[in-house]
Design a protein around this ligand. Sequence first.
Ligand SMILES: Nc1ncnc2c1ncn2[C@@H]1O[C@H](COP(=O)(O)OP(=O)(O)OP(=O)(O)O)[C@@H](O)[C@H]1O
Length: 362
Amino acid sequence: MSITENDVKTALSEVIDPNTQKDFVTTKSVKNIKIEGGQVSFELELGYPAASQVEMLRGMAAAAVLELPGVEGVAIRAYSKIVSHTVQRGMKVMPNVKNIIAVASGKGGVGKSTTAVNLALALSAEGASVGILDADIYGPSQPMMLGVSGRPVSHDNKSMEPLENHGIQVSSVGFMIDPDEPMVWRGPMASGALQQLLEQTNWRDLDYLIVDMPPGTGDIQLTLSQKVPVTGAVIVTTPQDIALLDARKGLKMFEKVGIPILGVVENMSTHTCTNCGHTEAIFGHGGGEKMCADFGIDFLGALPLTMAIREQADAGRPTVVADPDGAVAAVYKQIARKVAIKIAEKAKDMSSKFPSIVVKND
Ligand SMILES: Nc1ncnc2c1ncn2[C@@H]1O[C@H](COP(=O)(O)OP(=O)(O)OP(=O)(O)O)[C@@H](O)[C@H]1O
């Protein structure tokens, strides 16, 4: 009996991708099945960046198809294809930036920028094209964390080229403000600066643009929701009650303005003593997870408080590049994967597929 396309699909509908927890048929990953005698070939299209996962997934898919009676060989081309997903109603996705992810926190100093940069580097390590827009007017730290300095180049005096390091494109509000300028002047500038940086930076075909937001729920957050096509937001918090209270405010605000929350990251969750190795939850434990359960949102992961995370970020080589195979980088990569999968599961943006229809009354 000859093998049919349906046989192949049935076999693949029983293979669960451990990352998405769904089978390859449900995620519409199987494309272009070809059968010639006992030889089967197909494509496995993943909606999230998965350089480190592709071999494993290909192996799982091949094993399942090889079990079918009559199959002698399987050839699989596995690859990631990142597409644009829906943003706030009535807003248009940018042509050169597929998905914008806001990284936000209810209060300052919780490690939002550190999380944002490691998230960006983890997505990039998995093969995505990634940029960071540093919109933190009160403490722009991405140039330092990514080890870039100098001013951006402009070829036309209207737009500017992003700076680049560790494979990440970066534009920062820090390039536009004088560090000695008093803080009080910065607030009113901030909202305009976010939009200007977003639109006037010549981003080169990004799969993801991470926006490092200023802390809190002020004007710039409002601008983000009204003027920037955002795919989703990641909230960073520490486990203390007060940070969580602030995080709740952040969650509510994004909910109100129609930006979906992709999940919560708990930073400085535990501390491991460098001398004796004892681990303790100095800021309390489980707060982030409880908050997620209360709000029905995803808990993306927890990072420990360690000297290395701070030192590596301060030195311009955040943990994901300084110690890519370490335990902390593994947590950042896991978080990045969850974020990318959450986005991949959202509805695709179809606006570019339809012509704009103008109704004229001549
Ligand atoms: N898990 C961690 N372990 C140790 N140090 C950390 C950790 N996360 C962040 N830090 C350090 O804490 C300080 C504040 O972090 P970061 O700048 O990322 O916070 P933020 O929330 O973005 O702050 P701001 O409100 O100023 O923007 C930095 O010196 C950073 O290196």
